[in-house]
Design a protein around this ligand. Sequence first.
Ligand SMILES: Cc1cc2nc3c(=O)[nH]c(=O)nc-3n(C[C@H](O)[C@H](O)[C@H](O)COP(=O)(O)O)c2cc1C
Length: 299
Amino acid sequence: MAIYLAPMQGVFNAHFRKVAAQHFSGIDKCFTSFITTHGEDVYPERAFRELSVETGIPTIPQVMGNHPERLLILCRKLQDSGAREINLNLGCPQGTATSRKMGSGMLPHPEMLDEILDNLFSHLSVNLSVKTRLGLYKTEEFEQIVPILNKYPLFEVIIHPRTGKQMYRDEADREAYKLYASQLKAPVVYNGDINHWYDPMALEGTVMIGRGFACNPFLAESIVARKPVFDKGRLEIFLEALLEEYSQAYTGGEKQILMKMKEFWEYLYLAFPETPKLAKTFKKCQNMKTYASIVQSLF
Ligand SMILES: Cc1cc2nc3c(=O)[nH]c(=O)nc-3n(C[C@H](O)[C@H](O)[C@H](O)COP(=O)(O)O)c2cc1C
């Protein structure tokens, strides 16, 4: 049993993961947000910036693409730079990705996935895992995906049981997850809507948590302890450390740092149910002075 921190582009950046690992326990592994393939072999340094920050927790690079050779070039670079595992994104629901058959857009095209996995497994020695939804349009698409995944010695398969078209609507389909998980040869990890320590999925096996952690950074600790953990004082210290880290890491000035903190507060406001309209208050906040006074009023 283990707990993984989900990739969440924008919210869980490398600096966030580093400070979170210093202040909260329970997370065993985390993932970068997706690195997309480029036309050629040349990648700007910023493509790998996520990996240059030492977070203190094993960090798995995630890749997304639709072209076997380009994906191989990218994965080879990551393998050569010491990655112990590489995760392939088959879940991204954004139209910009799915229209190009990337992310969940690849799920209606099992033959494409087959070609990509064949190429990667033929040329790489690093562990390969996938993070997938169950389909682009309907969960039944996964019936064609299972035999493809079973052809390869995948390190693990992380499943978020929604379709791409669903985005984050409705509930994650746990029954469909159980059905397909039982058909897969690789170890399977559940992801989707785990918001409470007593979630049966979290108590039964390895899970990945995303928005639940952003709303309550004590979630992994609570799952491990099997009881609610919440310490306002520790949360305040974490927020101070995160602000300090962002101030050191980002050179775009006050606006950029404020934007980064506000991205996190889009979720964290839920930890303060007694404060009405907090999400709106943060949204309206335009400078660090106002930000500091809002935070001070909460603690
Ligand atoms: C803002 C945001 C950014 C995300 N970025 C990524 C990403 O880069 N790669 C990925 O595989 N999933 C990404 N996801 C999906 C999450 O990893 C996760 O699968 C999803 O949020 C469901 O899990 P949860 O209910 O625990 O949040 C993102 C989700 C959100 C809300």
